[in-house]
Write a protein that binds this ligand. Sequence first.
Ligand code: EPU
Length: 337
Amino acid sequence: MNILETVSLKPYNTFRVDAVSRYFTRIQKLEDVQNLARWYQHSKTPVLFVGGGSNLLFKEDYPGLVAHCELSGKTCLYADESARYIRAGAGENWHDFVRWTIDQGYAGLENLSLIPGTVGAAPVQNIGAYGVELVDYFYSLDAVDMQTGEVCQFDVQDCQFSYRDSFFKSIQPGRYFITAVTFRLPKQPEWKLDYAGLQGQLDDHQISARRVSDLVSDIRRSKLPDPAVMGNAGSFFKNPVLEEKVWLEIRARFPEVPGYPQKEEGLIKTSAAWLIDQCGLKGYRVGAAGVSEQHALVLVNHGGATGKHIWSIAETLIRAVEDRFSVTLEPEPRVIG
Ligand code: EPU
């Protein structure tokens, strides 16, 4: 394991913020993870695992070690009567992996096309889009416990998935280095096309995983700024899940407020983008940091913004939404510093 010192994190976060890590290493094989665990136990220096860096905002330089996950490999482990079990290295690019499954003729992940990031980061925040969440096709994951160096396996219950959240994000952040993820893809496709934007776009005889993937990719490209062109981390806030009573109070004042009833009775999810948009803040900008003109939920770096600049925009949005709607927005990406 080769440890570098004072490394710019600009290439390792999709906001393209030029924070610096005190130490930096690349994880390319399982042995590197075990060495990393030993180094951590010995040095007690904080370690941050980074995949595509698409869900991180560095407000400050990082005082510990950034471990960049580059573990690769994708394979069909086995199949039973009803499903195939597909395993991928945590460092694989998420969208390339989704397209690979489609090329093999496996359906399931198509609605999650074009989400930036890596396979290993996907379960951490239970990525989701167009009516599908990672949990729907997740089978298990392999990880190394940094405190003991032990190799562990987590099934779906262990991961405690919820909306953009998991055991690895909010219960034991930084403890387990995810090395590989296994998905269970049913042989009989279960198309999910009832989400606004997908509905009615494909005739029944046209439906295939590739077509759905292409459609989702087109919609994402038209709605969301491309991180390769303008630094961003996708949705910056979670969509607030409100008690029905609170949501009804808002609706009494703002009849247009979106509301999506949740599985758990008495809870309504509303749209953070809508709340921000109503505050007139879509396209808001201070210097190089701002809110995307394309989508009110996406904060952007127009070039040269620091993490602090971006965070200051986030604070403006939180205050504005709180003042107008008494709703507190919660950041979706991990904010470091
Ligand atoms: N809207 C506005 N103004 C805008 C954009 C949207 O008012 O500028 C309103 C519209 O009423 C629209 C509603 O917000 O109908 C919802 O917008 P959209 O369909 O774009 O979805 P979202 O709720 O903003 C969520 C996910 C996205 C995911 C899409 C599609 C979260 C935090 N975000 O966004 O995930 O791609 O649904 O499923 O749940 C991400 O997590 O990074 C991400 C991009």
